[in-house]
Design a protein around this ligand. Structure first.
Ligand code: DX5
Ligand code: ZN
Length: 221
């Protein structure tokens, strides 16, 4: 699949050297930067906010920044991320009072919009908003931490969402996040994903370029 996007999750990067780490992973072949925002409320962990996104832009990062919001309430932080240089903003339906309104807010701020489905979230939340979305993100772990194991039922879910996206006729990306490694990315791609978040598999490896190229070959095989 030549359409494949690899989006390293900076959750597993060395935060003390974040600019350098992001620059390196992009130079080593990554396409997007996956930016995990956790609030110790919607999820049991606390990470980074718009100031860090803006700092990456000021540092000279020009690649798309794929912001994954795990915060509740979600709407009030969206304009801040748009101003900070986010390219795409995704959120969880459970964290929004009005899912359709939140999607419109993201787009009105000039960003692309994504909806994130947890492993236990049914697909019917997509029914009346799929046509408004630029991306669907299926979580293959419960959100909150890097380094968890891929939940196998995600494969069936991916196949189902792939059918819905193809039926829509729109260029909606299908992203998967959690437990993605070089040795399972092939079957994840075969199930229909085209955009792959990987945190620990990339940032815990000694050679980012080597693992990214192995991932890409497995997807394109
Ligand atoms: C989990 C985050 C993920 C996480 C993935 O809540 O959304 O992006 O960093 O990490 P790995 O690839 O290590 O499972
Ligand atoms: Zn994420």
């Amino acid at each position: 699949m030549s359409n494949c996007i690899i989006a390293p999750s900076i959750l597993s990067a060395d935060f003390a050297r974040l600019g350098e780490e992001v620059g390196k992973v992009l130079a080593d072949g990554a396409d997007w930067v996956h930016f995990d925002v956790m609030d110790n409320h919607y999820v049991p962990n606390l990470t980074i906010g718009p100031m860090v996104c803006e700092a990456l832009r000021k540092y000279g990062i020009t690649a798309p920044i794929d912001v994954h919001l795990m915060v509740r309430p979600v709407d009030r932080i969206i304009p801040d991320f748009a101003r900070a240089g986010a390219s795409l903003i995704s959120f969880h339906p459970e964290a929004s009072e009005h899912v359709h309104r939140t999607i419109q807010l993201i787009k009105s701020e000039g960003c692309q919009a994504g909806l994130v489905l947890n492993p236990g979230t049914p697909l019917d939340v997509l029914d009346w908003v799929l046509d408004e979305l630029d991306l669907v993100l299926l979580m293959s772990v419960n959100p909150g931490f890097g380094g968890q194991a891929f939940i196998p039922s995600t494969l069936e879910k991916l196949r189902e969402v792939r059918k819905r996206i193809d039926a829509s006729g729109r260029p909606i990306r299908l992203e998967v996040d959690g437990g993605v490694k070089a040795d399972n990315i092939g079957e994840i791609a075969a199930a229909g994903a085209d955009t792959f978040v990987a945190g620990s598999a990339i940032f815990n490896a000694p050679d980012y370029a080597e693992v990214i190229s192995r991932m890409r070959s497995a997807v394109e095989a």
